[in-house]
Design a protein around this ligand. Structure first.
Ligand code: AHR
Length: 500
């Protein structure tokens, strides 16, 4: 007998799920770049790790943000182009490049290496320009170096550095956490600086490029900050145009629980914190709607995921890759689907070795973490139309406060005559039986193909080079009763169900 009832309102479309919602974030931090994607023992002759590139290509990563993070607002892009031996060694104000290194940056991996990485894995680049310690000219020069096809010194420099054609970088972040590591600015201070940067970059886009750039500002989890920022950016003294295509925020959770030692109450707490993503998206969209009445501005979550106490500056923000973290990613991806009308991109932190990375390396080994398996299972949603889903399921109250965890979550999308439903049993203690009713579709067993992740895995168990393959999806048994689909989801599992 089912205790969780899922109704997919197949005719109640929300919006297209932009593929960029499955994006990633990489920073010059710990072993993300050096030893992660580049320049290690298993690198090819150009310095790229083939094993990592292959894992990321298989996942069809749609967009990759770089070079930070906090690092971006102390990074000067010209340090990282041209002959490797002439590149200056600089401080890395925020992070060491490895677990036993000094906070220094060799600049061996720079713009052309990053953009080649994007070409190799088939992903759209998203560059974050330095607003905190840089100036608008530096940002505009970077755009020119990357994207201009004319006869200027910067365009020629790109050609000399091996790239004849412009890269056509579309996504440009102007600043990172400028309320914090990016300069500790008030919203008004950041808005004025942002406007200045956006003017230079935007004018170049209008006059020298093919209107190909989308400008991105970095907001805050405190939503009053965002409202003040938007009002100042839009101040009438500055002219009518709203020089902003997307506003971002960062949401990390799990900061108080060591994931490898947590108990079941803490599991519940982590998942409730992850689900707060929904409130952040809705409040961000409300602030945008209240102020930006003349144009559409998308919501981006360009850093998100778990950040446990195991991840410290000394260990390069490394933490175990567990099923529990993967479950939280599934819950958050469902939220992104349900808000596809406003969410234009997200970037989980960080791609390799750092925080809730999808890929981990150790010497010559590289493997997919459980969160990678979740992204893989959710991949069929990319580019489809999200539709509304109702879930009636039991909840559990947290032990420390009166917040409640819904024990089953779901989201759905449709594409032509096919539907795809993802369902997560967020209950780390018990099996739940689901029934799924797709409005307007009477199901038969032959129409359904279903897979399950993480059956029989302890939520806290850590993936490593030896056991990583055990976290792949297995077939899920489903039955059809009265046109509804019935399945049993064991504790802490994620299901992907295709219906033709
Ligand atoms: O992802 C690690 C750090 O978290 C980033 O550098 C910063 O933007 C955020 O605070």
């Amino acid at each position: 007998m089912a205790d969780a009832h899922i109704t997919v309102h197949t005719a109640a479309g929300i919006d297209r799920i932009e593929p960029e919602v499955h994006g990633h974030f990489s920073e010059h931090l710990g072993r993300c770049i050096y030893d992660g994607v580049w320049q290690s023992d298993s690198a090819d002759e150009d310095g790229f790790r083939e094993d990592v590139v292959s894992l990321l290509s298989d996942l069809e990563v749609p967009v990759l943000r770089w070079p930070g993070g906090c690092f971006a607002d102390d990074y000067h892009w010209e340090d990282g182009v041209g002959p490797q031996e002439e590149r200056p060694r600089r401080r890395n104000l925020f992070w060491a490049q490895g677990t036993e290194e000094l906070p220094e940056e060799s600049n061996a991996f720079g713009t052309d290496e990053f953009l080649e990485l994007c070409e190799r894995i088939g992903t759209e680049p998203y560059l974050a320009a330095n607003v905190g310690s840089g100036d608008p000219q530096e940002a505009a020069d970077w755009v020119e170096y990357c994207n201009y096809d004319g006869d200027t010194e910067l365009a020629d420099r790109r050609r000399e550095n091996g790239h004849e054609e412009p890269y056509g970088v579309k996504y440009w972040g102007l600043g990172n956490e400028n309320w914090g590591c990016g300069g500790q600015m008030t919203p008004e201070q950041y808005a004025r600086k942002y406007r200045q940067f956006a003017t230079y970059v935007g004018t170049m886009d209008n006059l020298m490029l093919d209107h190909e750039i989308e400008r991105i500002a970095c907001g805050f989890e405190g939503h009053e900050w965002n409202r003040r920022f938007l009002e100042e950016v839009n101040g009438s003294a500055w002219g009518a145009e709203f020089p902003l295509d997307h506003l971002t925020l960062h949401h990390y959770y799990g900061r108080t629980m060591n994931v490898s030692e947590a108990d079941e109450d803490q599991y519940d707490q982590l998942l409730v914190e992850a689900l707060e993503m929904e409130d952040h998206i809705e409040r961000m969209a409300a602030a945008i709607n209240a102020v930006a009445t003349t144009r559409d501005i998308g919501v981006i979550i360009d850093e998100w995921g778990t950040w446990h106490p195991e991840a410290t500056a000394d260990n390069g923000l490394e933490q175990p890759g567990t099923v529990l973290d993967a479950l939280s990613a599934a819950a958050v991806l469902d939220i992104f689907n349900d808000h596809s009308d406003v969410v234009t991109m997200t970037n989980i932190a960080q791609t390799v070795n750092v925080l809730q990375c999808l890929v981990e390396t150790d010497g010559d080994d590289a493997w997919a973490r459980p969160t990678y398996r979740v992204f893989d299972m959710y991949a069929p949603h990319k580019g489809s139309e999200a539709v509304q889903t109702s879930v009636e399921a039991p909840t559990r109250e947290l032990t420390d406060d009166d917040r409640e965890l819904p024990l089953v979550g779901a989201s759905a999308s449709v594409d032509d005559d096919e539907a795809y439903v993802t369902v997560t049993n967020l209950d780390c203690r018990e099996t739940h039986t689901i029934d799924v009713n797709l409005e307007g579709m009477s199901l038969e067993a032959d129409d359904v193909d279903a897979e399950l992740l993480f059956e029989d895995h302890d939520p806290a168990v850590e993936a490593d080079a030896d056991n990583a393959a055990e976290f792949t999806a297995e077939d899920l048994d489903v039955s059809i009763d009265n046109g509804s689909l019935i399945a049993e989801l064991p504790a802490s599992t994620v299901a992907g169900i295709s219906i033709e």
